[in-house]
Write a protein that binds this ligand. Structure first.
Ligand code: 5GP
Ligand code: MN
Length: 339
């Protein structure tokens, strides 16, 4: 972020402001961790702050400090609309295009509050007055730490802020194993532990609170796994019937796509999940090396994300979506086999 912008933001935050913080729809660990981490920091600095999420999130994130203060747009749109209209500053975290907030898109587009973006996804839209956008960052949580540090307030990071930020760095780096994890990431994580983030408890809370049914659903997903070795691709499908059979709850399929990528020699992994309520197939794509699933999703599945992790959707049936995926793969033959 430019020094000039930091100076302006510092000036802006030197008096009490009404602030709203918004993450993307279907918020994940990085979205909830970064918004609540920033929330605690701004509250501590004397501002009036609300975190507004477009919709619900998995229960394995509901222990994070400040969770009980979050307002959900799909339940409380009236209250949220009023807060957005009244806000002096709107922080948008872990996304970079208003359509990623689902039903909040129009109220955010029409709002007059000054926008500050903190995000690490590719191809940001141009809506923010101050844009802290860096695709090389492991997570928005890592960026929130840098942001607080750039404001000269790293000392303000306490155990609540540290705990929130640790969650998103851990989840977005696949527990510190993805290539986006740098020595700087580890340095920050070390500081967060010093400030009171309990790394072992946080890992337990997020990853070791499975229900029996969630593991059964994972078993079903793994038995549906298909491999196309000549195109170094693996994919998984989950139909609505299968989800219902195992009493699917939000977050139950998080991380399942990575099992495809764990196969020796596989460069591209996908999961196709039927969502009859929304009338879509939700697609998650993951890759290794320089193969860009962001580009693949933008070109074919109306989504995007990062080089190695992207989301998208399809309005075709589950079967037709998989057919489409298989039919486009040969156009990527060279890139897949060059990895
Ligand atoms: P997931 O597959 O876990 O839903 O998403 C993988 C990554 O891509 C996440 O960082 C997520 O925020 C991002 N992502 C998911 N869907 C979309 C989308 O429709 N557009 C963009 N730009 N990013 C997405
Ligand atoms: Mn993120």
């Amino acid at each position: 972020m430019k020094k000039q912008d930091i100076a302006s933001i510092k000036q802006l935050l030197s008096t009490k402001k009404k602030i709203v913080i918004v993450p993307h729809k279907n918020p994940d660990g990085d979205a909830i961790g970064s918004t609540l981490g920033l929330y605690h920091y701004l509250i501590k600095s004397g501002h009036k702050v609300n975190v507004l999420v477009p919709n619900d999130y998995p229960s394995f994130l509901k222990w994070i400090p400040g969770n009980e203060t979050i307002l959900k747009y799909d339940y409380q749109s009236g209250v949220c609309d009023a807060l957005i209209k009244d806000a002096d500053i709107i922080f948008t975290l872990d996304f970079n295009a208003f359509h990623r907030t689902g039903d909040m898109e129009s109220v955010l587009t029409e709002s007059n509050g000054l926008k500050i973006m903190i995000d690490h996804h590719q191809a940001p839209d141009d809506y923010a007055t101050y844009m802290y956008s860096d695709v090389s960052m492991s997570s928005t949580c890592e960026m929130v730490y840098h942001f607080i540090d750039m404001l000269g307030n790293a000392d303000a990071v306490d155990s609540n802020i540290a705990t929130c930020l640790y969650v998103g760095i851990m989840t977005d780096t696949g527990s510190f194993r993805f290539p986006s994890t740098t020595s700087t990431t580890h340095n920050i994580v070390a500081k967060l532990i010093e400030k009171g983030a309990n790394n072992s408890d946080i890992h337990n809370n997020v990853y070791d609170t499975n229900s029996y049914e969630r593991l059964q659903l994972l078993g079903c997903a793994l038995s549906n796994l298909k491999v196309i070795p000549e195109l170094r691709t693996a994919y998984i499908t989950l139909s609505q019937n299968e989800l219902q059979k195992y009493n699917y709850k939000k977050g139950d399929t998080e991380g399942v796509v990575n099992y495809g990528l764990s196969l020796d020699g596989i460069v591209l992994a996908a999961i196709f999940i039927e969502d009859r309520n929304e009338g879509i197939i939700k697609i998650s794509l993951r890759s290794k090396g320089s193969f860009s699933v962001n580009e693949m999703s933008r070109a074919h599945f109306g989504g995007g994300g990062h080089t190695n992790a992207a989301g998208g959707k399809s309005y075709l049936s589950l079967e037709k979506t998989v057919e489409k995926f298989i039919s486009i793969l040969p156009t990527y033959n060279k890139a897949l086999n060059n990895e």
